[in-house]
Design a protein around this ligand. Structure first.
Ligand SMILES: CC(=O)N[C@H]1[C@@H](OP(=O)(O)OP(=O)(O)OC[C@H]2O[C@@H](n3ccc(=O)[nH]c3=O)[C@H](O)[C@@H]2O)O[C@H](CO)[C@@H](O)[C@@H]1O
Ligand SMILES: C=C(OP(=O)(O)O)C(=O)O
Length: 428
């Protein structure tokens, strides 16, 4: 086990390159199950979620050759091997194996997924979609059993706007007989990316990126080449780090339109931002203003940036209120920020931050992926040494985070934890 160490206070300057989007990658890889020949995906992030999905692809008989950026996946010899336990518990997106295996084999057994603990994360809308397409779905001892004689297109209205359910239903529907219409669909850019891959494989999908998606089932999907979109959450994380400590930082390989809600909030705080086709320049201002933020579905402010943004707000003058309407309990980072001298209280689904506070280095623990990002940003701002445990959460979603931040001037490194430290963290 490793920890991240940061000596805070260094100004950030230079260019940081964003990797491919985690939340696309983890759907694109399972989507390849639906093809009958090899698929090449370029620009994948080198994160543990991707590597674990690669292992799962191999567990069901596929091949996954990954060089840290490009993966060649051959689905031709895959079989509907049950995956009730094991690696499926290590990430959230293993739920996409349900839709993809159901779509190809008309049956699947997949354990309930893991991923970040953000309060309840039901998958009832995924199951409602599979059932509407004709699958019988049961939950037996924590694994979902899916079976269908045949899949038939259906009209499905999602009760809640869900990224995972929208993509999973698309995966199950692309090879179903007839037309599927998903209403109240999620509109995140990752959904368009997955629809683009499926279309290049031969699927017939219209409307991805709007709240009505129409899919006309086809019999066969074939291999192709696909280039993934940049990670808007990783880009946002570096933009927030730059707003916290940056002289002038250029975020490279970003689609500025994907982070418009963040750009608007940073400008409201007084941060200077310039955008071009695929870069964003962020220059900070020592006197930042407090702002209120509410997380919403895309194109609203993303819940995945709520935690890192909260760290930044400790530096702003006045009182900020951050409300998470997607995950009302996504506040496990707050106690750790308080340990670092932040003045924050949580009321219901809101965090109330009073600033500015000069954060102080401390030993803290990341409880989940974006809590980890929040603590890294806090460590960059803090006086003295911060030590962050729980690095395995950060490794789920950030490719070379330490190297990228060191490359723009941060004093940050990884170190092996001693047995005693591992014990202390486990018991905390
Ligand atoms: C792998 C991946 O892409 N993860 C992202 C995805 O997660 P995920 O796809 O799991 O999140 P959803 O969009 O499904 O969840 C949105 C909301 O709907 C609720 N819900 C969802 C499904 C369901 O069947 N029933 C239900 O009630 C959830 O509890 C949550 O309150 O979108 C989240 C919201 O943008 C992001 O935080 C995650 O980073
Ligand atoms: C919540 C997240 O991931 P996951 O859904 O994979 O747990 C995230 O990326 O912030």
């Amino acid at each position: 086990m490793e920890k991240i160490k940061i000596i805070g206070g260094d100004p950030l300057q230079g260019m940081v390159k964003v990797s491919g989007a985690k939340n696309s990658a983890v759907a694109l890889i399972p989507a390849t199950i639906l093809a009958d020949s090899p698929v090449t995906i370029e620009g994948l992030p080198n994160i543990s979620d991707v590597r674990i999905l690669g292992d799962l692809i191999e567990e069901i008989g596929g091949t996954f050759h990954f060089d840290g950026k490009k993966a060649v996946i051959d689905p031709s010899n895959m079989v509907p091997m049950p995956l009730p336990n094991g690696k499926v518990k290590k990430l959230r997106a293993s739920y996409y194996l349900m839709g993809a295996m159901l779509g190809r084999f008309k049956k699947a057994v997949v354990g309930l997924p893991g991923g970040c603990h953000l309060g309840p994360r039901p998958i009832d809308q995924h199951i409602k979609g599979f059932e509407a397409l004709g699958a019988k779905v049961t939950n037996e001892q924590g694994a979902i059993y899916l079976r269908a004689e045949e899949l038939r297109g259906a009209r499905i209205f999602l009760d809640v706007v869900s990224v995972g359910a929208t993509i999973n239903i698309m995966l199950a529907a692309v090879r179903a007989k007839g037309r599927t219409i998903i209403e109240n669909a999620a509109k995140e850019p990752e959904i368009i990316d997955v629809a683009t891959l499926l279309s290049n494989m031969g699927a017939n999908i219209k409307g991805a990126g709007t709240d009505v998606i129409r899919i006309d089932g086809v019999e066969k999907l074939s291999g192709c080449r696909h280039s993934i979109i940049p990670d808007r959450i990783e880009a946002g994380t570096y933009m927030i780090a730059a707003a916290a400590m940056g002289k002038e930082v250029i975020i490279d390989n970003v689609i500025p339109q994907h982070v418009e809600s963040l750009i608007a909030k940073l400008r409201e705080m007084g941060v200077h931002i310039e955008t071009s086709d695929d870069q964003i320049l962020v220059s900070s201002n020592p006197d930042l203003k407090a702002v209120d933020v509410k997380t919403l579905v895309y194109p609203g402010f993303p819940t995945d940036l709520q935690q890192p943004f909260t760290s930044l707000l400790t530096k702003a003058r006045g009182t900020s209120v951050v409300t998470d309407t997607i995950y009302s309990a996504r506040f496990k980072h707050i106690d750790e920020l308080r340990r670092m001298n932040a003045n924050i209280k949580v009321e219901g689904c809101s965090a109330i931050i009073t600033g500015p506070s000069q954060l102080q280095g401390a030993k803290v623990k990341a409880s989940d992926l974006r809590a980890g990002a929040a603590l890294v940003i806090a460590g960059l701002m803090a006086e003295g040494l911060t030590e962050i445990a729980g690095v395995e959460h950060i490794d789920r979603g950030y490719s070379n985070l330490v190297e990228k931040l060191a490359g723009i001037g941060a004093t940050i490194w990884r170190e092996k934890m001693t047995d005693e430290e591992i014990e202390q963290v486990k018991n905390a």
